[in-house]
Design a protein around this ligand. Structure first.
Ligand SMILES: C[S@@+](CC[C@H](N)C(=O)[O-])C[C@H]1O[C@@H](n2cnc3c(N)ncnc32)[C@H](O)[C@@H]1O
Length: 257
């Protein structure tokens, strides 16, 4: 890494608090900044992200990653309240197709009492994430190189995770086929989307049903800086996923459910 002065992320304490009822600690802010700098520097060798402006990085990578897990963290008393990002018990997460570490790394920074597994098929990206993990001292992060279709059939990973996160990987039914086999019974898949319609929910329902899941919530929200509309889909695993899912590499995308 060189010594060039890199831009600083904006201090968004008020917006974190207003939107998630959570404010990062000084250490977490330092880790977010380190992550930003690592990605800016890594971008010169690897195509990690086109989002490099500090405000845009904050909103589209940091805030968006944590907004996806917000409903998981509700205290159950008031449905409208989103509690600080610390689940009551330690959870095991898997981020499928994590790329430069989103949403998995911000989640690992915010939710230090949980283990976050980062899965990607590109070895170079996983090598970059190993360096990031060491530099940020993220002892709760594990990395895994592989295809979701294959990992989902491996006994050490199948039915092994409480929460599967999946952002910017194909259609929602492909995401569901990658995520649901990896979940324990009652586990939750979080699919991050931009636009979403009721018609798409109806199509997805059929795919999710075949995989042993239900659509528990379609959460629509507005991003705090640019005012964009986004959605997160929350799928609950309510039955065992049939053994032939996920189908072999390439089949979920070529013949979506
Ligand atoms: C567009 S990037 C998204 C990265 C990140 N989730 C984000 O939102 O910024 C897609 C990533 O998924 C990985 N990927 C695509 N298909 C995959 C599969 N079947 N199994 C594992 N990783 C996959 C690619 O290598 C790439 O790093």
């Amino acid at each position: 890494m060189n010594n060039l002065k890199l831009p600083s992320l904006p201090d968004m304490a008020n917006i974190w608090q207003e939107t998630l009822q959570w404010t990062p600690t000084v250490q977490q802010q330092v880790q977010f900044q380190q992550l930003y700098e690592f990605i800016l520097q890594g971008n010169s060798q690897l195509n990690l992200t086109r989002i490099t402006d500090p405000q845009e990085f904050w909103e589209k990578h940091l805030w968006d990653s944590l907004r996806g897990i917000a409903p998981l963290l509700r205290d159950g008393g008031d449905e409208d309240v989103i509690c600080a990002p610390t689940p009551p018990t330690s959870l095991s997460f898997i981020d499928i197709g994590t790329g430069a570490g989103f949403p998995g790394i911000p989640v690992a920074i915010a939710v230090a009492n949980s283990i976050v597994n980062l899965l990607d098929s590109t070895r170079k990206k996983i090598a970059f994430l190993e360096e990031t993990k060491a530099a940020l001292d993220l002892t709760n992060v594990k990395t895994l190189t592989g295809r979701a279709e294959e990992v989902g059939q491996q006994p050490q990973h199948r039915q092994n995770y409480d929460v599967a996160l999946i952002r910017a990987i194909g259609t929602a039914s492909v995401c569901a086929e990658y995520a649901l086999p990896l979940l324990k019974q009652d586990g939750l898949a979080v699919i991050y989307r931009g636009n979403w319609t009721e018609e798409e929910t109806k199509v997805l329902e059929n795919a999710v049903d075949q995989l042993g899941g239900i659509i528990e919530l379609v959460d629509k929200f507005t991003t705090p800086l640019s005012g964009s509309i986004r959605h997160c889909l929350y799928l609950r695993k309510v039955a065992t996923t049939p053994v032939h899912f996920p189908r072999p590499v390439g089949v979920p995308t070529q013949k979506p459910l």
